[in-house]
Design a protein around this ligand. Structure first.
Ligand SMILES: Cc1ncc(COP(=O)(O)O)c(C=O)c1O
Length: 355
């Protein structure tokens, strides 16, 4: 027996036996990063100015998140008590899981989707009920409505969805919300700025809805870890109880406010990325790959049997894209983040030499 082994303390079963967290991808600096849906245009210069202005007093104080919420909430058209600030949507998902998933209760997912939903549900020892997008990446609405009748505690739904890219319209979301009598519907709008579809205005009249947003994508602040949660004030109050007192640092709060004040940056980034997306979609189709429609800053592509080899060949050229073979249980599917128009053109020309 190894020394000290008799004192080994067992962690909770979900951690002792659970699947590993999705892989941490590092050493990406200096490469063409088309693998994590970040903003390749960077961030607003107003954000960088706000960060430079942070003084020693601000940095030495614990951050005041409720003061920040009072300043941020009007930008979203909500009251301060309908909003939380979080350390990215990742933290929001943990809060929701902690507050609304009792051990052994069920959680509904339509996979493939953002893997952290499953991760946090497993952490809470939830039973996971999984439906799937079909081969055309269509959302299984009828099956979802049927599954909701059984009253799962939470349904996590990314809209647009990652990695499929597909977007549900407001009417379909309304149908889902109306069918969820006993289920908290979490509509994750991480990519809202690219799609323009939102259910945010509905939080005031629905106690079964939580909306999440992030500054990691269109605003280009993934490195700072900041996002927001919106819900009916009764739901927001419960989520606040589950939150640590200082989850978002002062730099991230200042950056979030500066980002909201610079709408021109987000408009410009969204325009460039939409153009880049159209160029990439046309180019990939011309090269014989199947490209799925996307409402976000990435596209799902099916390269068939060549998929995994293409990912590896691009990586050797310092171009990172995300292999989705394990999400779809077959090789071929990859997810490509949209960068600038120039980056998309040069990506296509490298790809052409590989094909
Ligand atoms: C659907 C979805 N939600 C949330 C996130 C993570 O957001 P954040 O950086 O705010 O934690 C991602 C990131 O890829 C995502 O695709």
């Amino acid at each position: 027996m190894k020394r000290g082994a008799k004192h080994a303390v067992m962690p909770r079963r979900a951690l002792a036996e659970g699947r590993d967290r999705p892989p941490m991808l590092e050493n990406r600096m200096g490469k063409l990063r088309l693998d994590m849906n970040e903003n390749l245009l960077g961030c607003s210069s107003r954000v960088r100015k706000a960060l430079r202005r942070l003084d020693a007093k601000t940095l030495s104080m614990y951050p005041e998140k409720e003061t920040a919420i009072a300043r941020l909430s009007p930008w979203f058209g909500v009251h301060a008590d309908e909003m939380l600030v979080v350390g990215g949507i990742d933290e929001a998902l943990r809060l929701i899981a902690d507050a609304y998933i009792e051990r052994g209760r069920s959680v509904l997912l339509v996979e493939p989707t953002f893997p952290m939903y499953r991760f946090y549900a497993e952490q809470r020892d939830a039973r996971i009920r999984t439906l799937r997008y079909d081969r055309e990446m269509r959302f299984p609405l009828r099956d979802v409505l049927r599954a909701l009748k059984r009253g799962p505690s939470v349904f996590f739904l990314a809209n647009p969805n990652n990695p499929t890219g597909n977007l549900l319209d407001a009417r379909t979301l309304g149908t889902i919300l109306n069918a969820a009598a006993r289920t908290l519907i979490v509509v994750d709008e991480a990519y809202f700025e690219f799609s323009g579809v939102t259910v945010l205005p509905q939080i005031r009249r629905r106690r079964n809805l939580v909306v999440t947003r992030t500054f990691s994508k269109a605003a280009g602040l993934a490195g700072l870890r900041v996002g927001c949660v919106f819900a009916h004030r009764d739901v927001a109050r419960v989520l606040r109880r589950a939150q640590a007192p200082f989850p978002v640092g002062a730099a991230a709060l200042a950056a979030a406010e500066a980002a909201l004040k610079d709408r021109a940056f987000v408009r410009l980034a969204v325009r460039e990325i939409r153009e880049g997306r159209a160029i990439l979609q046309r180019g990939l189709s011309r090269q014989g790959a199947r490209v799925f429609p996307s409402g976000a800053n990435f596209v799902l592509v099916d390269f068939g049997v060549r998929g995994t080899a293409i990912v590896a060949a691009l990586e050797r050229r310092d171009i990172l894209i995300r292999d989705q073979a394990s999400s779809f249980e077959r090789t071929g599917f990859v997810r490509i983040t949209i960068g600038t128009v120039k980056q998309m053109r040069s990506f296509l020309s490298v790809l052409e030499t590989l094909l």
